[in-house]
Design a protein around this ligand. Sequence first.
Ligand SMILES: *Cc1c(COP(=O)(O)O)cnc(C)c1O
Length: 416
Amino acid sequence: MAFNYEERFLYMEDVSIREISKKVPTPFFCYSKRALKENFDKFKKVFPKATICYAIKANSNIAVIKTLAACGAGADVVSGGELFLALKCGIPGSKIVYSGVGKTEKDISLAIQNEIKQINIESAEELEAVNQTAIRLCTRANIAIRINPEVDAHSHDKITTARVTDKFGILWPDALELYKKASNMSGVRIKGIAVHIGSQILDLKPFEETFKKLVKMVKELEKNDIVIENIDIGGGLGVVYKYKEDKPVRTEAFAKLVDKYLAPLKKHIIMEPGRKIVANAGILVSSVLYNKKSGRKDFLIIDAGMNDFMRPALYSAWHEILPVRDWNNRVMKKYDVVGPICESGDTFAKSRELPQLEHGELVAIMGAGAYGSSMGSTYNFRPLTAEVLVDGAKYKVVRKRQSYEDMIASQLDLLK
Ligand SMILES: *Cc1c(COP(=O)(O)O)cnc(C)c1O
């Protein structure tokens, strides 16, 4: 485990969170290098031949990406910026896949110039744009078509991506036509097929349904003389957020399913895990500012807000909140844990049982490694949060908190 209570205080690996907070003002994200590596290595172990493209949008800190790249990770990118970042972190184009419904011509050029493994096409017009761009660059672009297999991943509405009404991919009955079109284009090289059905999926069934459709599709393509090399099965594996309650799919069970359905096709497997690698490798550390009794409510006001960590506000996500000083012999209280932002949605937990916490005490919001910092904003003109990487008995600030001066620099220059 990356987390433990030792001598009454929360530790990440061999570093006391309280010790870090003496040097790094809260709020800050804190990641365990060991957990990142273990989580990635588990994928590598069960999928030894696959290309495992870490989904950069889950956590785009350079130290995190480099840690994973050193373990052999490729990258799944969904913007020109993420593509730039992946390349900067030393991930070769041959290990990068690029999805997203709104790629600009500039993004597409960057992808083609770096000969990435595949651009996952999400619409007919995009395919046309990729073809034209490649022709202009006197080359061919490696492409896959992201199909929408029309399965409901039964996750949160906002992170389910493969229902017939979702904006992603090509509806699977329409995919064959588009492949045929692509096979006649001089600027593209058909490499694969891709899916990504959603995120925080806790059940194998939607994956199974998807794989069945993938098999059908690949056979259909081959009947039409369209041969692909890669099957990109996306990401989406869920993690434990609520202790003792969430029962996520085990990576091994997922691998068995891939084996059962896709191995017989003898294609190269690409996968795009994000959350499963980083979510539980990270926490958000925050200090208690105030206890506020209001009517029958006890509010615990902390110094982290929805701008630092948006998941509770955006998805009503549950995150465990642990006191950094242990629970032993403490008076328990039911709190609404809230941040300082001027929005009622700036709430991390409602009626949560916690020990009574005083001004200055630390809390850790658990499972904050994925879609935490990468979704951060400067709303209420709050600086982007600092990030810390723990490695054994050492730790390092891997992103400084923005200063107010940093925050105004891009505007101030223009007013001179
Ligand atoms: C977000 C995303 C992922 C990663 O999803 P996780 O649930 O974090 O594993 C993978 N592929 C695509 C195309 C995505 O948009």
